[in-house]
Design a protein around this ligand. Structure first.
Ligand code: HPA
Length: 275
């Protein structure tokens, strides 16, 4: 995807806008593995499957619903990406981040990203929530590689990938709701394998608190577009290899189902503070 990415995102947005049922979304939400249930709480929702949207790839993995859902949530016009595509399915970083260009073209200037993630910080337990303070890109690629997309800076600043004020609001929302919320660094790997014990030790030494296979390409594109970003990792499991039992995607989804209520409460409290 090159110089045409900005143009095609604008074209896709023009095609979608009359279908959305809202004037212009202020906030875009990316809902990670097992976290798509938040989209079911959107009022007067319009649901458009990714397969109907030009340029959107369709996710194959269980727990990734794969639809754009627009409507109002706690007084804010939102567009949710319920499910996302991952690079481990063979898509490029540009493909993984294209929906961000589209929600930006639709008018969203604030992006909330979420992911199901493994704990690198040994203090984290399954079900814990972590506000993403920063990330480490270990995906061995970058969605901005290639000819410059019109409007993107060539060398985007990444000194504050996750907006300080939006993160402070997440903490205030968490306190209000009585939900514990840590801060930490997310590391994005390509996957699809979970980590080996040696990789876990490496990532811990690098300063990672949570690990997953997404989010980084989306945040890079959002920052290049000047969007403000907030993010939450939903901790679904201890570091692979640390419990003596093998790690499975079923376990990841089971935890999001069991403890996803706190995640939804936190995000909705945060949104009502933005309203
Ligand atoms: N590692 C990588 N990705 C993940 C994990 C993990 O432990 N848990 C959920 N997504």
């Amino acid at each position: 995807m090159s110089a045409s990415a900005a143009q095609s995102a604008a074209d896709v947005a023009r095609e979608l806008r009359p279908r959305l049922g809202i004037a212009s979304p202020r906030l875009a939400l990316v809902l990670g593995s097992g976290l798509g249930a938040l989209a079911d709480e959107i009022e007067r929702p319009v649901r458009i499957p990714f397969g109907e949207i030009p340029g959107f790839k369709v996710a194959q993995v269980a727990g990734h619903k794969g639809a754009l859902v627009s409507g109002r949530l706690d007084g804010v016009e939102v567009v949710a990406l319920a499910g996302r595509v991952h690079m481990y399915e063979g898509w490029s970083a540009q493909d993984a981040a294209f929906p961000i260009r589209v929600v930006h073209a639709l008018g969203a200037r604030t992006l909330f990203v979420s992911n199901a993630a493994g704990a690198m910080n040994p203090r984290f337990q399954p079900g814990d929530l972590m506000a993403i303070a920063d990330h480490i890109n270990l995906m061995w690629t970058n969605p901005l590689i290639g000819p410059l997309t019109e409007g993107d800076p060539r060398f985007p600043d990444m000194s504050e990938p996750y907006d300080r004020e939006l993160r402070a609001e997440l903490h205030t929302a968490a306190l209000d709701a009585g939900i514990p919320l840590a801060d930490g660094v997310y590391v994005g790997l390509m996957g699809p394998t979970y980590e080996t014990p040696a990789e876990v030790r490496m990532l811990q030494r690098l300063g990672a608190d949570s690990v997953g296979m997404s989010t980084v390409p989306e945040v890079i594109v959002a920052r290049a577009l000047g969007m403000r970003v907030a993010g939450v990792s939903f901790i679904t499991n201890a570091a692979s290899g640390s419990t003596g039992a093998p790690l499975s995607h079923a376990e990841v989804l089971e935890v999001t189902e069991r403890a996803g209520g706190q995640f939804r409460t936190l995000v909705r409290r945060w949104i009502s503070r933005l309203a």
